[in-house]
Write a protein that binds this ligand. Structure first.
Ligand SMILES: Nc1ncnc2c1ncn2[C@@H]1O[C@H](COP(=O)(O)OP(=O)(O)O)[C@@H](O)[C@H]1O
Ligand SMILES: [Mg+2]
Length: 315
């Protein structure tokens, strides 16, 4: 069921591996959302949460943000609207990430909750989150904020491997969050991972077996578990595809997710490999605005329409 939280619709873009195209997709989906919604007064914000590896601004064609996330985290700004930067589109603003934070041991320190509140408090109708690589707890927490969650991968074994790990961690954290007030279920889940055993027993300690045991032990929670595995699950995007064989990879990946994790994920679709993507960054141009009739741009626009349609029918 959809959480009726007021505030912006959040689109979270994650995926485990670095360099698969999360920032490219975040920037261009934000541009497409803004462009498509301009006539109805839709306001869009894109936020670079990739502390240390931030480059969302470059995909938006903006080289020199005047303010950045560190201004908020270091208490030099009250909210994210105050540090958001303009783009070529009047109804799209962005919050730049921060490179300096890489020197800090923990860039978020005790500010994670403040940042979560600031994100949902942004004065926008849609907020697109560009997440860092990996599945650190904070990254997963930001991913959870997504009313719409996208996982980006490339057609490479390493990228699939990381996307799989990301989704597995997502699932485990979802289960722990869902049952955080149910002590006996929490310890059941933790015991599943904690108990020592033979190599074969440890190998068998998959999420699927956890889910099966959980359902057997606590029949009352079955609908909740099924909801987590099957409803409003992350959508998959295959980026940098070079043809049919790559697209088949995506189908296989979906079956692996279903078989190993019990997680049913739909594919949003495929973006082909194209040299103009890097070229647009070199030229300081946002791809969608530089190549409005390119098939990648058309694809992004149609996803935007699909995702916003789903939203309005769900509300
Ligand atoms: N469809 C594509 N075709 C060609 N190059 C791409 C495509 N998508 C992304 N890239 C390039 O791949 C690199 C990594 O993309 P980026 O969005 O920064 O990844 P991430 O945010 O996941 O680390 C960038 O240099 C980008 O220009
Ligand atoms: Mg990135």
């Amino acid at each position: 069921m959809h959480d009726p939280r007021p505030g912006p619709v959040i689109v979270a873009i994650g995926g485990g591996k670095g360099g698969v195209g999360k920032s490219f997709l975040a920037a261009n989906l934000a541009l497409a959302l803004a462009q498509r919604g301009a006539t109805i007064g839709r306001r869009v914000a894109a936020v670079d949460l990739d502390f240390g590896g931030s480059n969302l601004n470059l995909f938006l064609g903006e080289s020199f943000p005047e303010r950045e996330l560190a201004d908020f985290l270091d208490d030099r700004a009250e909210n994210l609207d105050a540090i958001s930067q303009p783009t070529q589109l009047d109804n799209l603003r962005y919050v730049a990430g921060s490179f300096d934070l890489i020197t800090a041991v923990d860039p978020l320190r005790d500010r994670k909750l403040d940042l979560v509140r600031a994100l949902v408090g942004l004065k926008a109708d849609y907020v697109v989150l560009d997440l860092p690589a990996g599945s650190a707890p904070a990254t997963l927490d930001f991913f959870f904020l997504g009313d719409i969650k996208l996982v980006v991968t490339n057609p490479e074994a390493t990228a699939f491997h990381n996307a799989y790990g990301f989704l597995k961690n997502y699932l485990l954290r979802r289960l722990l969050t869902e049952f955080r007030d149910r002590k006996e279920i929490m310890s059941f889940i933790l015991d599943h991972y904690r108990t020592s055993g033979t190599v074969a027993e440890v190998r068998d300690r998959t999420i699927t077996s956890l889910v099966e045991n959980l359902r057997a032990e606590f029949p009352a929670v079955r609908p909740e578990v099924t909801g987590i595995l099957q409803e409003n699950t992350p959508l998959l995007v295959l980026n940098r595809s070079r043809g049919r064989r790559d697209r088949q990879f995506l189908t296989r990946f979906r079956s692996v997710l279903e078989e190993n994790l019990g997680l049913v994920c739909q594919a949003l679709g495929v973006i082909p490999e194209n040299r103009r993507v890097a070229q647009a960054v070199r030229d300081g141009e946002p791809f969608l605005l530089a190549h409005p009739r390119h098939k990648i741009s058309k694809q992004l626009i149609s996803w935007t329409d699909q995702l916003t349609d789903q939203r309005s029918s769900r509300r």
